[in-house]
Design a protein around this ligand. Structure first.
Ligand code: SF4
Ligand code: SF4
Length: 423
């Protein structure tokens, strides 16, 4: 991690904290009575019971900085000799906790009698760490690389188009039709589909869009937004605005986000709030589109295509925060013979342990595998051989949990599961 906090004066730190923390976050900080009721809600604590893994311990680290720098009463009695260096130490510790031991999953809020939003407090902590130069360097570089790429997109265009042509051949082979297409920058298409960089977020969806005779297009941009993990609204807006600009230029009616846990909330509700304006198009997840196709009988599927037991992991962003609980379950029941619920599920689902950027930091592999123990145990109890999830981070993490905990499972997406059931 890059640590630049010691170079900040106490006044600078105060100003940054004042600018970054909002009233809701302050209310959460003040409302917590340290009762500990939320302790068992956290997957870190359930996997490894330690004081440092309780939600209130994490929030306490920001509370201490707030009291030291901004609290009007505590400030009057601040010890002589309190220095910027002492606050910088607290800040460095806060950054470590906020980025590596809280996935901002919001499950603890469900059990708090005062609805204290620890995830939101940790988001404020991430913002402060980012603004003071103590955020993980890897996330900063990934966010900056996306911005640079967006500014120089023409130099990537030919390479991208060649890649898409290769993927188009795979779609044609799968459908047995040379007429199948993956359109790029098609003006007037009904839908702009925004994938991730992997072929698994383009090929199966393109198969289904072609079968449905959908009016769709890709642009040159993908949905990942690492600045969102940094809680850096300014950089996250810049990255998201590339998609908005493409949707407006191509005059689409809706933007459809691939199976991505953080890409969906960024476009569905965050970016409009950051920019202070309504988006001139609808935003949906591709799982809502697939669910609609299946409900309307747009193409034929058979559950026999997926005969082995299947379970579903609710991503925190799509499920608890986004409310997409029934759509994935309707899809799985339509395309698989033996669906088994993980317990607890839906709004009470536990985080897989890799959310909010943890999966991007190699040094934290051990932390996230330990935090994923609870999810691994849940999966094992279902007896399922296929785990479906609609978030690429969750997919990556559950794939690693499979190897680490010997689960003997296959991890896949709803789109891929649906393609296997086509008749
Ligand atoms: S966050 Fe809520 S449940 Fe947890 S310790 Fe604070 S008041 Fe209690
Ligand atoms: S938001 Fe999730 S990871 Fe963070 S403290 Fe709460 S339950 Fe734990």
């Amino acid at each position: 991690m890059s640590v630049g906090v010691t170079s900040l004066s106490l006044t600078d730190m105060k100003e940054k904290l004042k600018a970054l923390i909002d009233r809701k976050q302050l209310a959460s900080l003040e409302a917590c009575v340290r009762c500990g009721i939320c302790t068992e809600s956290c997957h870190y604590y359930r996997s490894e019971p330690r004081l440092e893994h309780t939600p209130f311990y994490r929030a306490e680290q920001l509370r201490r900085i707030y009291r030291r720098l901004l609290d009007p009463i505590a400030g009057r009695f601040q010890r002589r000799g309190d220095s910027g260096t002492a606050s910088a130490e607290l800040l460095r510790r806060l950054a470590d906790i906020a980025f590596s031991t809280c996935t901002l999953c919001q499950r603890c809020t469900l059990d708090c009698p005062f609805s204290v939003d620890t995830a939101d407090i940790m988001r404020a902590a991430r913002s402060l760490a980012t603004a003071t130069g103590s955020a993980p360097q890897m996330l900063v570089e990934l966010a900056d690389a996306a911005i640079v790429k967006g500014e120089n997109i023409e130099s990537f265009k030919d390479f991208y188009l060649d890649q898409v042509k290769e993927l188009e051949k795979q779609v044609q082979d799968r459908l047995g039709s040379s007429r199948a297409r993956i359109p790029v920058e098609k003006e007037g298409a009904r839908m702009l589909y925004v994938p991730l960089s992997g072929a698994h977020t383009i090929v199966p969806q393109a198969v289904l869009f072609n079968l449905a005779e959908e009016s769709w297009t890709l642009s040159l941009f993908e949905t990942s937004n690492y600045a969102y993990f940094l809680a850096d609204t300014s950089r996250a807006s810049r990255i998201a605005q590339r998609i908005i600009a493409e949707a407006e230029r191509l005059k689409v009616e809706e933007v459809v986000i691939t199976e991505c846990g953080h890409g969906y909330p960024v476009m569905r509700w965050e970016v409009a709030r950051w920019l202070g304006r309504r988006l001139p198009f609808r935003v949906r997840s591709v799982i809502e589109v697939l669910d609609e196709y299946l409900q309307k009988g747009v193409f034929r599927v058979s559950p026999k295509g997926n005969g082995t037991p299947v379970t579903y992991h609710d991503s925190c962003n799509l499920g608890r925060k986004g409310g997409l609980f029934e759509e994935p379950r309707r899809i799985i029941r339509a395309v698989a013979e033996d669906y088994r619920e993980m317990n607890p599920n839906r709004i009470y689902s536990f985080c897989c342990g890799a959310g909010s950027g943890l999966v991007a930091i190699p040094e934290w592999t051990d932390i996230r595998l330990r935090a994923g123990k609870l999810k691994a145990e849940q999966i094992r109890r279902t007896g399922a051989r296929i785990v479906v999830t609609s978030c690429d981070n969750c997919r990556h993490q559950i794939g690693e949990l499979n190897e680490h905990y010997g689960l003997d499972i296959e991890v896949t997406s709803l789109s891929e599961l649906t393609v296997k059931a086509l008749v």
